[in-house]
Design a protein around this ligand. Structure first.
Ligand code: PHE
Length: 339
């Protein structure tokens, strides 16, 4: 019996555990409620009276040794944990992090903003929910004007009318109301029209509109600005202006750029003509200047507006406008390398 306890003391002395599970198993084996010590103490009553003293002392030695062992091992485990770096093993090979990509709409918008900022244009923004004045009336589109039908409008409230802006020309009105010429600003933003969704059109899309007002601004300035823009944006500077109509500009024009007919795609996207329509423009109507308290006798200006989706589709050969709104990762991932 005494021998057995002495062997156990040796076992305790020999034990070394370097993890929590081993130490805990050791503790349960010796000190647990059904452990070795418990049963040895229970056996104490069977020990011959003359051996009781020695047996009791040895048993106490075992108990103390086991307790100290657990305590020491736990302490050294805790100090080891302190030594370990917080971030685990720093020599492990890193896991690849998924890179995000900018959305093609943002890419094109940023590029347009960058091209115009180089020639002194600022960026202005305005609300998506507009009143009738800023979206229509101030832009020379009084109530019952037939040209209001050109832009099928989503109304939010009636009397007074609140609507989702159909173009960012509304931002230009706000800008003119709050600033005197010289004015050079572009207004990028989301616009809304009640149109059927198809491969070529959507009820939500994005525009960048531009406005330049100063003394002696002429149509020639507009044309030069457009040539500069198309060259920087597309690397192509051959454009043509076709007479058109917008209530807020007079004269007005559509801008076509010569895309060329080098490839089959060129044929397809230009319908075999080589020309592509990219924006509307014109000289700001004197009525619009008057509506925003700018003297048309003193100042003149030009404005232009383009759809960002259309330009993104051209630049990246995107066949369906809906792809720009679906957030399909397989589509978006293709823009990873573009800044
Ligand atoms: N606001 C027009 C549109 O939404 C675009 C445009 C802007 C045309 C400025 C001429 C001048 O289509």
């Amino acid at each position: 019996m005494l021998e057995k306890v002495k062997l156990l003391i040796q076992e305790v002395a020999d034990f070394s555990g370097d993890n929590l599970a081993d130490i805990e198993a050791f503790r349960i084996k010796f000190l647990g409620s059904k452990g070795v010590l418990k049963s040895l103490f229970a056996d104490f009553k069977n020990v011959a009276p003359d051996q009781k003293k020695e047996f009791g002392q040895t048993l106490n030695t075992l108990k103390k040794a086991a307790e100290e062992k657990v305590e020491n091992l736990m302490a050294s485990l805790a100090s080891k944990a302190d030594e370990n770096p917080k971030y685990g093993d720093l020599t492990r090979p890193a896991e690849a992090i998924q890179l995000g990509a900018r959305h093609p709409i943002s890419l094109v918008k940023n590029k347009i903003a960058e091209v115009f900022s180089r020639i002194g244009f600022t960026i202005s923004e305005g609300p998506e929910i507009e009143d009738d004045w800023h979206n229509f009336t101030a832009l020379n589109l009084p109530e019952h004007h037939p040209a209001r039908d050109m832009q099928d409008t989503f109304f939010v409230e009636q009397n007074p009318d609140m609507l989702l802006r159909t173009h960012t020309s509304s931002v230009q009105i706000r800008y003119m109301e709050n600033n005197q010429p010289p004015i050079r600003t572009i207004s990028p933003g989301r616009v809304f029209r009640n149109e059927d969704i198809s491969a070529r059109s959507h009820c939500i899309f994005h525009q960048v509109e531009g406005l330049y007002i100063d003394t002696d601004v002429s149509f020639a300035d507009l044309k030069q600005t457009l040539i500069y823009f198309t060259k920087e944006m597309f690397g192509k500077s051959k454009i043509r202006l076709r007479p058109s109509y917008f209530p807020f500009t007079e004269p007005s024009a559509e801008v076509d750029i010569y895309w060329g007919l080098k490839t089959e795609t060129d044929y397809r996207i230009t319908k075999g003509t080589g020309w592509l329509e990219i924006m509307g423009c014109g000289m700001v109507d004197p009525n619009v200047l008057r509506n925003t308290h700018i003297d048309p006798e003193k100042y003149s200006g030009f404005a232009f507006g383009m759809g960002i989706e259309r330009i993104a589709m051209l630049l990246y050969q995107i066949p369906d406008i809906r792809m720009l709104f679906e957030n399909d990762m397989r589509f978006l991932e293709q823009f990873k390398s573009v800044i």
